[in-house]
Design a protein around this ligand. Structure first.
Ligand SMILES: *[C@@H]1O[C@H](CO)[C@@H](O)[C@H](O)[C@H]1NC(C)=O
Ligand SMILES: *[C@@H]1O[C@H](CO)[C@@H](O)[C@H](O)[C@H]1NC(C)=O
Ligand SMILES: *[C@@H]1O[C@H](CO)[C@@H](O)[C@H](O)[C@H]1NC(C)=O
Ligand SMILES: *[C@@H]1O[C@H](CO)[C@@H](O)[C@H](O)[C@H]1NC(C)=O
Ligand SMILES: *[C@@H]1O[C@H](CO)[C@@H](O)[C@H](O)[C@H]1NC(C)=O
Ligand SMILES: *[C@@H]1O[C@H](CO)[C@@H](O)[C@H](O)[C@H]1NC(C)=O
Ligand SMILES: *[C@@H]1O[C@H](CO)[C@@H](O)[C@H](O)[C@H]1NC(C)=O
Ligand SMILES: *[C@@H]1O[C@H](CO)[C@@H](O)[C@H](O)[C@H]1NC(C)=O
Ligand SMILES: CC(=O)N[C@H]1CO[C@H](CO)[C@@H](O)[C@@H]1O
Length: 858
């Protein structure tokens, strides 16, 4: 049967390569034997260990079956269960600990208090994860054999019909994932126009399963290329993992409410990094600004138009010959460039600059030669550095696992950006870090390198170089086909080739692992190295890094934008679903799209709506391609009007958002979330993907349809207040149509029960905003009460220590109370408390300091 299926595939190979991937509705197609428990199962009060062996003849579908496996189950906390299935010999690749430190296992847990229960069958070996309290089955591998081969690992869980699945980013598909014939491929890739049904720039193998009975999360910690297939059977649904390597390393999160799953996931992969306050300001970028004078004109024109501009960005235009760290002497002369950045700083504005990991392969280029000296680059099998094509022409790429690469990268960053002599940038942007390669093989520049990249010292012939600190285990099985494995993931690159548009997957890293196993970590590692470098340069400052490529946990290092989208209405809408995936599900709060779109020409109406949508999303940057016409907000009258209003509002709410960011970095609670996070029992919210909660209390429902002046919004059964008019709106669990939404308007509602701190006015920079007093907006809930929070610090320090204020607000229908801890000294005061409720709005004016609590009857 297996043979028949394979030959059928061969027939269609030429035309429809996608068919090569698994026929998901037929798990037994290979006739694989599965595994059985071998010998004793040892269980302690919080763990379980067993050996597994192949339960029959090997099927060797994609490589060879691994005959002996090891199962480890740990009840790590009451709310987190860890299930790990690895090869008994510990050779199969496992993600290096320095890349993603594993969460510690709390030793106090016993199976008696755990919320989840792990049960198994011995022959065949299958397992189930259930909610201990109710017995509800969350994950169940029965009915489909586990396949664990050298180049293919397969596991399927059956699911009931009534589940709602989300996550598995990065993708541009519907926020709630389709229930059948759907494939999510995980292979970080250059992805112009962010195609649908396709792998994009990041890998986040975590899904959230939301049911009316509760939400739970399942994270597969595996970096290898994989397809995750979602499908339907006669009796229900399933989700199936098909990876080309690595182990089955699962973390199950109990929830049961959605935001708790977000928190449990963030605690596992790393809490999000806290951002500087200024990073929440408005950013402007463009690829194609010809010189420094042009950049200055953009700054001046923003100022003339009265549109706040917080941060200017330098794309690769600044570079001489497109080389990192090398401003073009004619177009961006170093001294004038420094003066320009200093003048931005004098005006309380900021500057961020781009770097690409592709380093020009030219011994006369100091960054290259210093890196070559340090053995910082990946090597090909000819003994030379591995070469490809990127913006700088023929390039080599850092081997982030080589022992001296970090020192080299830190040194380059210090040499260029030390404010005492270099360009005093405020943050760095790492692009093309999938890694993107414009050459499909190593021969773009001929058989031998055109420029000598002869390594010093001469590399060993054997590429599995073992540095002393290399891990002994988990480096990856030997004797695999690392270039063309027989299981083809549905990578969108040319011919679905794994190495297409990126680095050869058969390259060996300095620690003995291979790109085959570590490809999806390249962007994460680039962000990590850049963060480490910035922390060396500015040990007391929060680093700001923007990365295109991500992996689980990258939120603890950097921010992300959704890559090269286009100036189209569907992509304006995709900016919402992509934001929600990252903020609510992938522990990456600081994300956003290229506002007004990257590719193609932005039109006035699209840019108007996008300017407002972006103002209610975390990372707010207008950016466009070199081939796209200029699209700065000031270029259209309508966009100018909308942007001014949007930014003024964003800035008045900046501390509310900053507080949400602080909470995200402390607990993992999302900065923006879908409606079902707040109303988990309301089934009508499960598919809503054009509205979101901004922080916990603002419901944003923008117009995102071309030519439309109205919006159909879903209002759950709850009380809301129109943010702009204060009008009380009783939600009825129905769709409400709001008509005549003007070009500079965006519907926003405050959720009853929330208290929103706002500055009394915005400012031209976030520094100006920080000097404004507060007005506190109290929106009474159905029972007449409300609560809220405010976090204050200096906005930039890595460790605020005691110099921070963590403030709570409460309203009981009569008394407004502000209390908390007050360590951040400020002269800013609360000058107004506004209570909106069933009987309209009452305002209490005053001057209450923010260095101690207070209480007022209203
Ligand atoms: C997949 O398997 C199902 C069930 O065996 C079969 O009906 C279907 O035709 C197969 N699809 C492909 C593309 O082979
Ligand atoms: C787990 O499930 C097994 C089998 O149903 C049951 O015997 C055991 O008591 C459960 N354990 C907990 C902690 O719920
Ligand atoms: C800036 O504004 C001036 C005056 O409107 C215009 O001539 C110029 O082209 C603008 N430059 C840029 C870079 O926006
Ligand atoms: C990787 O595979 C390609 C294609 O077979 C081959 O040309 C190349 O030499 C291999 N590289 C290494 C480092 O093994
Ligand atoms: C009012 O409702 C909120 C939100 O449901 C709830 O958290 C709070 O405990 C309630 N307060 C009172 C006094 O009932
Ligand atoms: C807090 O502020 C004080 C006074 O400005 C300063 O001396 C101290 O170093 C700060 N502490 C931290 C942890 O930043
Ligand atoms: C602040 O006041 C609220 C309501 O009175 C109370 O529940 C909370 O514990 C207080 N918090 C602090 C930090 O004092
Ligand atoms: C609203 O006003 C009515 C009429 O004055 C009063 O009876 C009611 O208690 C008020 N409700 C609240 C929540 O203040
Ligand atoms: C999300 C989305 O609409 N993506 C589209 C972007 O543009 C490419 C190329 O035009 C389409 O293939 C995608 O579907």
């Amino acid at each position: 049967m297996a043979v028949l299926w394979l030959s059928a595939v061969l027939l269609v190979l030429g035309t429809v390569p996608l068919v090569l991937s698994a026929n998901s509705s037929d798990p037994d197609r290979y006739g694989c034997p599965g595994y059985e428990v071998d010998g004793e199962v040892t269980a302690s009060r919080n763990s379980l260990n067993a050996n597994l062996k192949l339960a029959g003849d090997a099927c060797n579908i994609h490589g060879t079956d691994i005959s002996r496996l090891k199962l480890t189950v740990e009840y790590q906390t009451d709310l987190r269960l860890h299930v790990k299935i690895e090869d008994a010999d510990s050779q199969v690749y496992q993600i290096q600990d320095q890349v993603l430190p594993r969460p510690p296992s709390a030793s106090i847990t016993t199976t008696d208090t755990a919320w989840l229960n792990f049960t198994y069958t011995t022959k065949p070996f299958t397992f189930k994860v259930t909610r201990a309290a109710t017995g509800e089955v969350l994950f169940n591998t029965a009915g489909s054999p586990l396949i664990f081969e050298s180049q293919y690992v397969h596991l399927r869980t059956s699911l009931p019909r009534n589940v709602n699945l989300y996550g598995l980013g990065e993708h541009s598909d519907s926020f709630r994932l389709p229930d059948s014939n759907y494939k999510r491929t995980m292979w970080n890739s250059e992805s112009p126009f962010i195609p649908q049904n396709s792998n994009l720039y990041g890998t986040h193998p975590v899904y959230y399963d939301h049911r009316t009975t509760g939400t739970h999360g399942v994270f597969l910690l595996n970096a290898n290329g994989m397809d995750i297939d979602l499908g339907r059977t006669d009796t229900g649904r399933y989700l199936e993992y098909n990876t080309i390597g690595g182990i089955l390393d699962f973390y199950f999160f109990t929830g049961p409410d959605p935001a708790t799953v977000s928190e449990q996931y963030a605690l596992t992969v790393g809490l999000p990094a806290m951002m500087p306050y200024w990073a929440l300001g408005f950013h402007q970028c463009k690829y194609g600004w010809k010189d420094l004078d042009h950049v200055k004109e953009v700054v001046a024109n923003y100022s003339a138009a009265g549109i706040p501009l917080e941060t200017m960005w330098g794309d690769i235009d600044y570079m001489d010959k497109r080389r990192d760290f090398t401003p073009d002497p004619a177009r961006f002369p170093l001294d004038r460039y420094k003066d320009f950045i200093n003048s931005l700083h004098r005006n309380n504005q900021h500057y961020v600059m781009i770097l690409d990991p592709g380093i020009a392969n030219d011994p006369s280029y100091p960054t290259f030669s210093r890196g070559a000296q340090k053995g910082a680059f990946l090597r090909a099998d000819d003994g030379f550095f591995y070469r490809g094509r990127q913006w700088a022409g023929e390039v080599v790429w850092p081997d982030w696992f080589a022992p001296d690469t970090q020192t080299w990268w830190t040194d380059e960053i210090q040499l260029t950006f030390d404010p005492s002599h270099g360009l005093p940038v405020d943050g760095l942007w790492v692009d093309m870090d999938e890694a993107s390669n414009m050459c499909d093989n190593t021969l773009c520049f001929g058989e031998k390198p055109t420029l000598t990249s002869a390594p010093t010292p001469t590399p060993p012939k054997n590429h599995r170089r073992n540095y002393p600190q290399a891990p002994k285990f988990h480096q990856g099985l030997p004797n695999r086909n690392l270039f063309t494995p027989s299981y083809h993931i549905a990578n969108h690159a040319k011919d679905h080739s794994l190495s297409g548009g990126t680095l050869y997957t058969n390259i060996t890293n300095a620690d003995g692992t291979t790109q085959y196993d570590t490809h999806n970590l390249y962007g994460h590692l680039t962000a990590l190295a850049t963060r480490t470098a910035l922390l060396t340069l500015h040990p007391r400052l929060r680093p700001f890094i923007l990365t295109r490529s991500t992996f689980s946990g990258t939120g603890s290092l950097a921010t992300h934008w959704f890559g090269d989208n286009a100036s189209t209405w569907p992509h304006l809408r995709a900016s919402i679903t992509q934001m929600l995936s990252f903020t609510a599900l992938h522990a990456m709060p600081m994300v956003g799209s290229d506002v007004c779109g990257f590719n193609l020409a932005a039109k006035e109406h699209l840019c108007t709506r996008w300017a407002m949508v972006g103002a209610f999303q975390p990372f707010y940057r207008n950016h466009a391609d070199i081939t796209a016409p200029d699209q700065e907000f000031y270029r259209w009258e309508l966009v100018t009007r909308a942007a001014k209003r949007a930014i003024e509002t964003r800035y008045r709410l900046l501390d509310y958002v900053y507080t949400a960011l602080y909470k995200a970095s402390e607990t993992g609670r999302p900065i923006a979330s879908p409606l079902w996070f707040a109303w988990p029992g309301d089934e009508a919210t499960y598919a809503v993907e054009r509205q979101w909660l901004w922080g916990e209390y603002l419901l944003v429902s923008p117009v995102v349809e071309e030519g439309s002046m109205q919006v159909e919004m879903y209002l759950p059964e709850d009380v809301f207040y129109d943010f702009w008019t204060g009008e009380r709106v009783q939600g009825g669990g129905k769709v409400v149509v709001m008509v005549d939404v003007g070009w500079d308007e965006i519907p926003v509602h405050v959720r009853g029960g929330g208290i929103v701190p706002m500055r009394v006015r915005g400012g031209m920079t976030t520094e100006e905003v920080r000097r404004e007093n507060f007005e506190i907006l109290v929106a009474e809930g159905l029972n007449g009460t409300a609560k809220g929070e405010l976090y204050l610090d200096d906005g930039v320090s890595l460790e605020a220590g005691r110099n921070k204020s963590v403030i709570e607000f409460s309203w009981d229908g009569e008394w407004f109370v502000m209390n908390g801890t007050f360590g951040f000294e400020t002269t800013v005061v609360v000058e107004r408390v506004k209570v909106t409720g069933v009987n309209g709005t009452r305002v209490e004016e005053g001057s209450w300091g923010l260095n101690a609590g207070f209480k007022v009857q209203i």
